[in-house]
Write a protein that binds this ligand. Structure first.
Ligand code: NAD
Length: 506
């Protein structure tokens, strides 16, 4: 466990010594019965909070009590506008605590404060949007084809398991909690072990806003203990998972055995494509932002760069100069563009990929080292790194690094570009930089990805569905109809016959 003390200039310094966190077991706040551990601030190794993880017993209890609350609390049967009113209060509760949540999110995983404020805003927006989706969701009267009226309606499912990774906690947790609750379900959240703070804060805000006790649980702890039981438990009716493809595939197997609905938001290795007519100012800025914001710890990071060969040398000169000029440092500072990586172990993994890429014949154009000075040697910093000279099939062009490492490849023409861009097990996102809208349309339709950005990158809207193809996942989050992913569909037939059915009458 870390012995480093937090910097006195940290805006949260005064609160840190008091942080001993309870977990939330179906509305009951108490000490977890699992192992004790610390949440470490990756910028300097100091402790943000200590807590006892949830145990398997805590998990089973949370699920059983959530099931009970689902049946008896009145949340599932509340009118949509009544649930919406509570969810709007959750959004307001998040907004009222914006700064403090953003600061805790910064300590949770080391993202710069400007980014964590945006994540908090996004979480509030998600609750607001799902409140509106809940209140305005319409069932259908389907076309009449006999002596009956036919309807399609939707029912809440019961207990939803929400499993999240460490890279954008408050936003990913809101993206699962808001639609699950809006649909009338109970939700048991399992945040990543190393980033427990935000989900616990959200549970407190839900409590204060009037979500009935028992409808929300937050169980920080190990995937192999809490996550595994959550997925396997018979009372859990759906899992919404965001994380790595290996974990997602394991969950999909269990879901198949249980015949359980599952959404899997998984990894990526997204191509970002610069055509020979691109606006270079926009393309350079967009490619830098697409890979290096969030220190590259982003599922949609544009981590494979394809540049038309005519433009390649000039573009790479500008891009490399831009990468070297990025401000990597203290997440507290408003000017910081890239904070540390999330942990010592994750930085070692990123470094391992870079070593492998160079051993395979790659040439380092920028980065490839740990920045020092201004206290950065205490944190898990890694410089923005650009590598060229590899072929698209080589391992670091294919495997998700989840860090600030960009591989650059030239292309000859549109056919070559699409063949290379689509050569990946992943298909999460893609970016296109061109002034020609017809080429943009052609490529956007031909590239295999759940989201394509044209002359922009890494922009999001809660109103627009999000998800991956192939090894990047199954199912969609967000969008007005995202709430339906958390409901069971049911068809109703209302008989209009004046006489008994002929067979029964016979
Ligand atoms: P991970 O798969 O290791 O862990 C994700 C979550 O699953 C954690 O809460 C973990 O404790 C839990 N978990 C681990 N084993 C489990 C098991 N056997 N059963 C149930 N739960 C288990 O991923 P990570 O390292 O935390 O996050 C990085 C990955 O997440 C990257 O691959 C990234 O691309 C992906 N990601 C995807 C999206 C998306 O929307 N597509 C968004 C963010 C991150």
């Amino acid at each position: 466990m870390s012995t480093t003390t937090a910097s006195p200039s940290d805006p949260l310094a005064a609160e840190l010594p008091r942080r001993d966190l309870d977990i939330c077991v179906a509305g009951q706040w108490r000490r977890g019965r699992g192992d004790r551990y610390a949440s470490i601030y990756p910028a300097d190794g100091s402790i943000s909070a200590e807590l006892n993880a949830a145990s398997a017993d805590d998990t089973a209890e949370a699920i059983e009590r959530a099931h009970q609350a689902f049946r008896t609390s009145g949340w599932a049967s509340a009118k949509p506008h009544e649930r919406a009113r509570v969810l709007h209060r959750v959004a307001e509760g998040i907004r009222a605590r914006r700064e403090v949540l953003a600061q805790w999110q910064r300590r949770d995983n080391g993202k710069p404060i400007a980014e964590t404020r945006a994540l908090v805003d996004s979480a509030a927006g998600t609750f607001q949007f799902m409140a509106a989706a809940c209140e305005t969701l319409e069932d259908q009267l389907t076309p009449q084809r006999g002596a009956h009226l036919t309807m399609s309606v939707h029912e809440p499912m019961g207990v939803i398991g929400a499993i999240t990774p460490w890279n954008s906690p408050i936003a990913s947790e809101a993206q699962k909690m808001a639609p699950a609750l809006a649909a009338g379900n109970a939700v048991v959240v399992k945040p990543a072990e190393i980033t427990p703070l935000m989900a616990l804060e959200l549970a407190r805000i839900c409590d204060e806003a009037g979500v009935p006790k028992g409808m929300v649980s937050v169980l920080p702890g190990k995937g192999s203990v809490v996550g595994d039981l959550l997925v396997k438990h018979p009372l859990v009716k759906r899992i919404s998972f965001t994380g790595g493809t290996t974990t997602g595939r394991r969950i999909a197997h269990v879901a198949a055995d249980k015949m359980m609905s599952v959404a899997l938001e998984l990894g990526g290795k997204s191509p970002t494509m610069v055509l020979d007519d691109a606006d270079l100012d926009h393309a350079v800025a967009g490619v830098l932002y697409g890979i290096f914001s969030s220190s590259g710890e982003s599922c949609i990071a544009g981590s494979r760069l394809f540049v038309h060969k005519r433009l390649y040398a000039e573009f790479m000169d500008r891009l490399v100069a831009g990468a070297k000029a990025l401000r990597v440092g203290d997440p507290v500072s408003e000017r910081t563009q890239m904070g540390p990586l999330v942990s010592v172990a994750h930085r070692a993994s990123v470094e391992g990929y870079v070593t492998r890429g160079l051993a395979d014949g790659g040439r380092l154009l920028a980065g490839g080292f740990r920045p020092e000075g201004e206290g950065r040697e205490r944190g898990c910093y890694y410089a923005p790194t650009v590598i060229e000279g590899l072929a698209n099939h080589q391992s670091i062009c294919q495997e998700e690094i989840f860090g600030p490492v960009l591989v650059a490849l030239p292309f000859d023409d549109e056919d070559d570009l699409l063949a290379q861009a689509n050569h990946s097990v992943y298909a999460l996102a893609a970016g296109i930089w061109t002034r020609d809208y017809k080429r943009a349309w052609r490529i956007a339709r031909a590239v295999q990805a759940g989201t394509v950005w044209i002359n922009t990158y890494k922009q999001f809207s809660i109103a627009t569905p999000f998800g991956g193809w192939r090894d990047s996942g199954l199912g969609r989050e967000k969008g007005r109809l995202g709430i339906l992913e958390y409901m069971e569909q049911k068809s109703l037939y209302w008989g209009l016959n004046d006489t008994p059915l002929p067979w029964a009458a016979a």
